[in-house]
Design a protein around this ligand. Structure first.
Ligand SMILES: [Zn+2]
Length: 171
């Protein structure tokens, strides 16, 4: 994806502690998926499947940049950074991350997410679902390294794989 400008910022998420003194910073996966999959359906009907995937990737990308710069320490060396990312995704009840391949010299990585928030348990459709996660990882790697990466989900719960596997390559 080409570099983009955007106005979304971390503070747009609001002061959750102030706004939700009783309910706090948590919700159900049903609530999250209800919004995502109804929105996805409307976008697909209005704009088509390919454009919808592109928008989810793009949204994930800016989310990844904002998440990385506000919730992670980009000054840490690679394995400590990945350990922090793993911890953050677990604490957010987003997914369980493990790194399957690291080639620092060629900037190529394979990451696996299990129990992924977006897709775990979805019906099998033979198409990958996690366009947002692809963009999210591209944004996180962009914010951490300063380089653009292409991220492709090669396995997904929705393709019958039970985990999501992402190949991450420098552009
Ligand atoms: Zn997936």
């Amino acid at each position: 994806m080409e570099p983009i400008s955007y106005s979304f910022k971390w503070s747009d998420l609001g002061d959750i502690e102030l706004g939700r003194p009783n309910l706090g910073n948590s919700t159900s996966v049903v609530t999250y998926r209800l919004m995502q999959y109804s929105l996805r359906n409307v976008l697909e009907m209005e704009l088509g499947k390919e454009a919808t995937q592109h928008f989810f990737y793009k949204a994930g990308y800016i989310a990844g940049i904002e998440f990385c710069t506000h919730a992670l320490d980009i000054k840490k060396e690679f394995y400590d950074f990945i350990a922090d990312l793993q911890k953050a995704l677990k604490e957010l009840n987003s997914s369980i991350l493990r790194i399957e391949k690291t080639d620092l010299e060629n900037q190529q990585f394979t990451l696996v997410l299990s129990e992924d928030l977006d897709c775990s348990g979805l019906p099998i459709t033979d198409a990958t679902t996690c366009d947002f996660d692809e963009g999210l990882l591209a944004g996180i790697f962009k914010a951490y390294t300063g380089n653009e990466f292409s991220v492709t989900e090669v396995d997904c719960w929705s393709t019958g794989a039970r985990v999501c596997r992402f190949e991450i390559n420098i552009k």
